[in-house]
Design a protein around this ligand. Sequence first.
Ligand SMILES: [Zn+2]
Length: 139
Amino acid sequence: MAQEYRKPLPQPTETSRPFWEGARRGELRLQRCRSCGEYVFYPRSLCPHCLSPELGWTTASGRGHVYTYTVVRRPAHPGFRDEVPYVLAIVELEEGPRLTTNIVGVAPEEVRIGMPVEAVFEPATEEITLVKFRPRKET
Ligand SMILES: [Zn+2]
């Protein structure tokens, strides 16, 4: 896989590294504030709810729903040329945070706002595994 990956990749930082290490193991990890209990995403050094620096890491359910989405038909980078059309979405996790991702495993025209989804883990390189979402049956 690794050498031929032609799309832009995330650059883990000291703060976000636990997220990427989790993704590599097939876990969706979120920060959770030890002071106020809120979940936090994207990774950062202070809680955006109460400004506490006491953020720990926790493994999320991986479940959520499509908050909003768009179908990309014109690639914004040459690496995506063979992928259009694809779905760029914001997924709202059961734990609360929203993240920008792709919806896969479904035709773009079948994606709906509110659709229940679950995380899937797509290795891109040795270091980076991308977190995407696919439809799930509501339970
Ligand atoms: Zn907090």
